[in-house]
Design a binder for this molecule. Structure first.
Ligand code: ATP
Ligand code: MG
Length: 428
């Protein structure tokens, strides 16, 4: 049996639908994004928070909303062995607010600023750029209602996306009002939709009474068509929300963050108030949103904390990676690769490998007694920068030849850690 055939016949398991492995050959771009984001979060005073992946189901139902697509259709909910209903988090903000209230983080000087990175789970129909486990990097700023903070977080998002190499993005902003002005808007929307409710899908017909705003987010083509011309929420803002939105726009202009106002922007989560925003790319087809967020000024209160405003965003790693992956180079190969011939040479190579690693170099050795030719081929495949063959003669004379795999230059040296360290450190 060939090696490949043997491997194939033993493969019993595959990743679940909509989930993917991230292989070492793909990881460089993930590290690139994460490290650029961390650098910028530091400049803006955002601190990392790590939250559980599993929460009580109620955490999401109460915040994201019973009639949202996420809660109605997309959650991975199950009973644990104690009979509690638990859910794999579909997004970060609800878990974050649960932690914010649980640990009284509102007692710290405002604004308190946080960021997180990690997997989210939604039982969606998998397609390009849409998965059932996907990764988000998100940020939350708490305790300040000043529209400057809204502008700052959008500016920070723009800086992060720019620094990781994304261009051609469209920043759309709007305001979706607050508890005070939403009832008026809801009434206007219901009046508009009521006369043609029969043209909407069954879900939307149910939403009409429970939560008519959700109809604006329905993806069914007939519903998209039928809701055209619905009253824009911006026309129904109360004085406070209007001023807040005007000020947000002024502050975005002050910081020179290009953006457009999209009065039809709706978010899939119920907890938003006032500012909502979305960033999209023309290069992603229909799954074009790379990041989205907004203000949520009632959630802390609803979770049992003191009334505290908040604003946040989340960006989707799997939507960003395809846009930049060709411009991020992968990890280089080892600094040095030993090709030992025989057991005594292997012992020597083994010891030197360990010593050079202790000195901070990436060193590998060959472990199978194969020919020099096949060992050199392996050195090439793993991208080794330098190679040393150790045979009987090299051991006897304590002398080797260090070969640079790029320039093909060869240098004689003593078979000794210090000298090798100097050589592999100084040569490119
Ligand atoms: P969409 O309209 O594409 O379903 P959404 O409004 O449900 O997005 P949010 O809840 O705002 O998405 O999540 C923020 C970001 O997370 C999105 O802009 C997107 O980049 C990413 N994202 C959301 N769902 C998925 C998914 N199933 N697979 C990959 N990325 C996702
Ligand atoms: Mg969605």
């Amino acid at each position: 049996m060939t090696r490949n055939a043997r491997k194939k016949s033993r493969m019993k398991y595959k990743t679940l639908k909509g989930l993917q492995d991230i292989l070492p050959s793909e990881i460089a771009v993930w590290h690139h994004i994460e490290s650029k984001a961390r650098d910028i979060f530091r400049n803006y005073g955002y601190k990392e928070i790590r939250l559980p992946i599993l929460e009580s189901t109620d955490v999401f139902i109460r915040s994201i909303g019973e009639t949202s697509d996420i809660v109605e259709k997309e959650m991975y909910t199950f009973q644990d062995k104690g009979g509690r209903s638990v859910t794999l988090r579909p997004e970060g903000t609800a878990s974050f607010v649960r932690a914010y209230v649980e640990h009284h983080l509102y007692n710290d000087p405002a604004p308190q600023k946080f960021y997180y990175m990690g997997p989210m789970f939604r039982y969606e129909r998998p397609q390009a750029f849409r998965y059932r486990q996907f990764y988000q990097i998100g940020a939350e700023a708490m305790g300040v209602d000043d529209p400057k903070l809204d502008a700052e977080i959008i500016a920070m998002l723009s800086k992060i996306l720019g620094s990781i190499g994304l261009a051609g993005l469209n920043f759309e902003v709007t305001s979706i009002g607050c508890k005070k002005c939403r009832p008026d808007y809801r009434t206007a929307l219901k009046t508009f939709l009521g006369s043609k409710l029969d043209k909407f899908c069954g879900d939307c017909q149910r939403r009409y009474d429970a939560n008519p705003l959700r109809i604006l987010d329905c993806k069914v083509p007939a519903c998209i068509e039928s809701r055209k011309g619905s009253p824009p929420v911006l026309d129904y803002l109360c004085g406070e929300c209007k001023d807040h939105f005007e000020s947000l726009r002024g502050n975005l202009e002050l910081l020179k963050v290009p953006h457009t106002v999209n009065p039809n922007l709706v978010r899939g989560l119920d907890y938003y108030t006032k500012t909502a925003f979305e960033v999209s790319s023309e290069n992603l087809g229909s799954q074009s949103a790379v990041a989205a967020g907004g203000r949520y000024d009632s959630m802390v209160d609803e979770f049992g904390g003191p009334p505290t405003p908040g604003i946040g965003f989340a960006m989707g790693m799997e939507r960003i990676i395809p846009l930049i992956k060709d411009s991020v180079s992968g990890a280089a190969g080892p600094d040095l690769f030993f090709c030992p011939l025989g057991a005594a040479a292997a012992d020597k190579a083994f010891l030197l490998t360990e010593q050079l690693r202790t000195e901070g170099r990436w060193v590998e050795m060959n472990h199978e007694g194969t020919s020099v030719r096949s060992q050199m081929r392996k050195a090439n495949r793993i991208g080794a920068r330098n190679v040393i063959v150790i045979g009987e003669e090299e051991l006897r004379n304590n002398k080797i030849v260090l070969k640079n795999m790029l320039s093909k230059e060869e240098i004689s040296a003593a078979l000794e850690a210090k000298e090798l360290l100097n050589l592999i450190s100084s040569r490119k």
